[in-house]
Design a protein around this ligand. Structure first.
Ligand SMILES: Cc1cc2nc3c(=O)[nH]c(=O)nc-3n(C[C@H](O)[C@H](O)[C@H](O)COP(=O)(O)OP(=O)(O)OC[C@H]3O[C@@H](n4cnc5c(N)ncnc54)[C@H](O)[C@@H]3O)c2cc1C
Length: 468
């Protein structure tokens, strides 16, 4: 009923706009990770604009009629970010999919937000440059900016935020504006661009972005290191980086993840824990030297090299990107509970050890892996939200693991974001600053129509919690 009247009104306001109503909305009622607990999270209507002007008209309409709006990139978020908790309009932005300008002399590219990262990567590599952030899912550029996502190369190349120069955005009332600058540096006013990066669609809708790109390294090589256990592997990261090596990737796999990955790639099924390390550069000899240096350091610290050729290494890295799904299938877990805390490097090894202690205390089984070079740990707890006892234990373990990260002066999420499932942890990490975040939200979105229920905790949760 609501869908029909929304459709009629939107057709009048924006002739030619594409819609999904009825069953077409089902695909927008689930993301890649959020435990829905039986809730229907479909929007009333999905619209597919093809231009910034259409996005502006949709928002103006929603603003005037107090209708909730949820932006949608590719829906690969893991924390419920793109789900319509309050119904209303979901805006699928994949129709804004042009590469507007390649500005190679400035090491920049201007893209619309519906462009997929993998398509942009292909196009840029033909031009000899690349955009380094690489989440393990087929994400849109808009979704990556909104989650400030990163991936396996962040240890050397940083995260999405480091590559966003300028944004074209549509505000809640439909106003179109630009944030940031194409200049290399600026000291001009408050940095609103940085506020919008990572804001998960709660402040405005991004329609286009100027991204920084860098020359593509011509050579790369990888190495697989085996350690007695996850503790020993974790403790290798700091001395490796401290010795002046700068791999682009350092991925940690615990024994259970190794077992799963070896079923889906040429990785041998070895005991203990494994680090996958990749180096790159513009000179094959230097890259090889770096790999050898890392291997020697590992030997001196109790690690050993697993022999695997470079082609096989690439296959292992490809399988590593989607290992989360292979784990879910292999474990038969009913509900995916994935944590992605990040801690300062010096605390990484002890945090890993304490994560296992917490899982053991609750008698839960978990899989531990992550972007070790960034101190970013993924903990996948095998759980079942329909079993009250197991779910309670899972939530308790989650809280204790989150506290580990905060005690180590780390963060509750290194890259996956807050979405709907981590809002209750926000004040633990940010204290009084959550009130400032709420003021920012109100300034951008006075009626609260944009992706409400995400990032900020409900006011009732804030009350009664001590301000730090
Ligand atoms: C197998 C797998 C592996 C993953 N690995 C990684 C990883 O290594 N690193 C990592 O960082 N993430 C990872 N992710 C998480 C996810 O892929 C990323 O966060 C990704 O950037 C989300 O992009 P998306 O296009 O799917 O966005 P969506 O999930 O559709 O949206 C993300 C958020 O942004 C908002 N949004 C989308 N587009 C816009 C826009 N144009 N304007 C304003 N708001 C918008 C949405 O409302 C939502 O809040 C992984 C996910 C999976 C399933």
């Amino acid at each position: 009923m609501i869908s029909n009247s929304l459709e009629t009104s939107l057709r009048e306001v924006i002739p030619g706009l594409e819609f999904e109503v009825g069953q077409g909305r089902d695909a927008y009622g689930k993301d890649e990770g959020y435990a829905r607990m039986g809730k229907d999270l479909r929007p009333d209507i999905v619209v597919m604009p093809k231009s910034t002007i259409e996005v502006s008209k949709i928002l103006k309409f929603a603003f005037e009629n107090d209708i909730p709006v949820t932006p949608w990139g590719a829906g690969t978020s893991l924390e419920g970010q793109s789900l319509a908790f309050h119904g209303g309009i979901t805006i699928d932005l994949r129709g804004l999919n042009k590469i507007r300008r390649t500005l190679i002399n400035d090491f920049q590219v201007e893209v619309e937000v519906g462009v997929l990262q993998q398509d942009l990567d292909k196009k840029l590599r033909e031009l000899g440059v690349f955009f380094p952030p690489n989440p393990g899912a087929p994400a849109t550029i808009g979704g990556m900016i909104s989650n400030n996502s990163s991936g396996s190369r962040a240890v050397k190349y940083g995260v999405t935020r480091d590559y966003v120069k300028q944004l074209e955005v549509v505000l809640a009332d439909g106003t179109i504006t630009k944030l940031g600058t194409r200049a290399t540096k600026t000291s001009s006013g408050y940095d609103l661009l940085d506020l919008v990066v990572g804001s998960e669609g709660t402040l405005c809708i991004i329609t286009a972005a100027v991204l920084k790109v860098i020359p593509t390294p011509s050579d790369s090589a990888g190495i697989v290191l085996q350690f007695k256990g996850v503790e020993e592997a974790s403790h290798f990261v700091q001395p490796c980086l401290g010795s002046g090596f700068l791999p682009c990737t350092i991925e940690l796999l615990d024994q259970r993840v190794v077992a799963v990955l070896s079923d889906h790639s040429p990785l041998p099924s070895v005991s203990g824990a494994v680090l996958l390390i990749e180096c790159d550069g513009n000179d094959a000899e230097s890259v090889e030297k770096e790999i050898q240096g890392i291997a020697e350091l590992a030997h001196s610290l109790g690690g050993s090299q697993i022999q695997i050729d470079q082609n096989e290494f690439k296959q292992v890295m490809k399988a590593r990107k989607v290992v989360g799904w292979d784990i879910v299938r292999a474990s038969g877990m009913k509900t995916l509970k994935l944590l992605d805390i990040a801690v300062p490097l010096s605390a990484f090894g002890s945090t890993v050890v304490n994560v296992y202690k917490i899982l053991d205390q609750e008698n839960l089984s978990g899989y531990v892996f992550g972007h070790a070079g960034d101190g970013n740990l993924h903990v996948l707890i095998a759980s079942d939200s329909r079993n009250e006892e197991i779910w309670e234990k899972t939530l308790r373990a989650e809280m204790n693991i989150v506290k580990l990260a905060i005690d180590a002066e780390g963060t509750i999420t290194g890259e996956h974001g807050i979405g709907a499932s981590k809002t209750h942890f926000l004040r633990l990490e940010h204290g009084y600053a959550v009130d400032l975040m709420r003021a920012v939200k109100t300034a951008f979105d006075p009626k609260g129509i944009l992706n409400s229920g995400k990032v900020l905790p409900p006011v009732s949760i804030q009350e009664g919690v001590d301000k730090k």
